[in-house]
Design a binder for this molecule. Structure first.
Ligand code: UDX
Length: 450
């Protein structure tokens, strides 16, 4: 049993703390937010993450996991201190490292025994070295310490299973012995461990997220082209995905990426490049394509409905993706605001995010279920691909609506089925979005000369 503390009880910190405790370690999770810590002591989770509440309570009961706001208590006899605090975007897209710096200073002032400081937060390349400088310059007496970068690759909604079944663990340090000790903590996960230097580990995290965001923008660009040429993006993705060099993941066209990671990390990487005088051409295009997705929904809806003034539009889903109540950079916010600016009334239903969304969208009426949400609507927009939306009673939805119009921002329904039920239906990049497209396509067919 190793003893460790985890600073920050957000998604990454709380999942890391609970999972390491479950692997048999003694973990103290620390946060300066007293309300959060008091809530956790009462068993209240600050976030919605499937399985987390049960995992936390099991490990608290077993005496392996506890919560505190006190650094001296968290650092007492602790061998590892994980930093898992937020690194939001600054004004120009650079990562804001205020919280990381504050944690490094406070650790330096409170550590009494040798410590391995492990950074989990996504931080610009070079931050590990900077953290080491901060700790060194704030220690009141010299106590040995090392800094290790161990970036997280957890998806919200699947964070516990991602932690327990990682594709790989990346560790970066200039101190091989410290990296080896952190590697030992990860051995029970039985995944490949890549040990490298600090800066390379930090870069692996940004490059991984930027690559996944690139895949999403790539498929969205192909969806735009499919729409013009009468091809079907869902089938294009399936056909591409069987190629092992491409893979089937992150090829779902739709409203693009949101959330707390991709938008911020792509921006931060582009900022790092520009800061060194490099023009990040590809990353710029990835962001531009993603930024176009939300206004595109409004344009499509206007094509389908006409003037939106006075219309009631229903939003199926609010969170940035399914299985989370996270509303950070959620497309629903921009789309609801644009609809309201155009004079439409907006109603919404989300299985878990309505409580978090309500204060962010004060003018949006929250409905208790999808059917009452659809009542008298002039159109519905699918915003989040929650599984439960795939199995709605669509005839019942149609009967509730004033006009049976659906724009499917996540391509969860099949165009032919929707049309057979009587919906005026469109998605992103679906071949048969309009018969006009097919007609135009037929005219454009080039017959090879005999
Ligand atoms: C992501 C990374 O996956 C994780 O490794 C990282 O450490 C944190 O950021 P997360 O933000 O939780 O995780 O969400 P993810 O499931 O990766 O989806 C990100 C966004 O991309 C969502 O908005 C999702 O709707 C969108 N997406 C994803 C697509 O539009 N198409 C896809 O094919 C996949």
């Amino acid at each position: 049993m190793k003893q460790m503390c985890v600073v920050g009880v957000g998604y990454v910190g709380l999942v890391t703390a609970a999972c390491f405790a479950d692997l048999g370690n003694r973990v103290i999770a620390l946060d300066i937010n007293e309300e959060r810590i008091e809530g956790l002591k009462r068993g209240e989770m600050p976030i919605y993450e499937p399985g987390l509440e049960e995992l936390v309570s099991r490990n608290v009961r077993a005496g392996r996991l506890s919560f505190t706001t006190s650094y001296p208590e968290a650092l007492d006899k602790t061998e590892f201190a994980f930093i898992a605090v937020g690194t939001p975007s600054g004004v120009d897209g650079e990562a804001d490292l205020r919280h990381v710096a504050a944690v490094a200073r406070t650790i330096a002032l409170n550590m009494r025994t040798p410590l391995i400081i492990v950074n989990k937060s996504t931080v610009p390349v070079g931050t590990g070295d900077w953290v080491a400088e901060i700790v060194q310059s704030h220690q009141t007496k010299a106590i040995p310490f090392s800094v290790v970068s161990c970036p997280e690759f957890l998806r919200e909604g699947a964070a516990i299973s991602d932690f327990m079944n990682p594709h790989r663990t990346v560790l970066g340090s200039l101190d091989p012995e410290a990296a080896e000790k952190v590697a030992q903590l990860h051995l029970p996960l039985r995944a490949p461990i890549v040990i490298t230097d600090l800066r390379t580990a930090e870069m692996i995290k940004y490059a991984s997220n930027a690559f996944l965001a690139t895949k999403i923008s790539f498929i969205n660009e192909i969806a735009n082209i499919c729409e013009e040429l009468g091809a079907d993006i869902k089938e294009v993705s399936v056909g591409m995905g069987y190629d092992k060099r491409i893979g089937p993941f992150f090829l779902d066209a739709g409203l693009g990426y949101g959330g707390s990671c991709f938008p911020k990390d792509v921006k931060a990487l582009a900022y790092m490049a520009a800061d060194k005088g490099r023009h990040p051409q590809l990353l710029t295009a990835v962001m531009d394509i993603n930024n176009d997705r939300r206004p595109m929904v409004i344009d499509r809806l206007k094509e389908m409905v006409g003037d939106l003034k006075g219309c009631t539009i229903g939003l199926l889903g609010l969170s940035f993706k399914p299985n989370t109540d996270d509303m950070r950079d959620a497309p629903s916010i921009d789309i609801a605001n644009s609809l309201q600016e155009l004079g439409a009334k907006v109603r919404a239903f989300d299985p878990v995010a309505m409580k978090v969304a309500a204060p962010l969208l004060p003018e949006v009426e929250m409905a208790p279920d999808p059917y009452s949400m659809a009542q008298d609507c002039d159109a519905l927009i699918v915003i989040t691909d929650w599984n439960e939306f795939k199995h709605l009673d669509l005839e019942r939805i149609r009967d509730q609506m004033k006009e049976p119009v659906v724009f499917d921002g996540r391509n969860i329904y099949e165009p032919e089925q929707m049309r057979s039920i009587g919906f005026n239906y469109r998605g992103f990049g679906r071949g048969y979005n309009g018969h006009m497209v097919n007609a135009k396509f037929e005219q454009d067919v080039i017959v090879a000369p005999a």
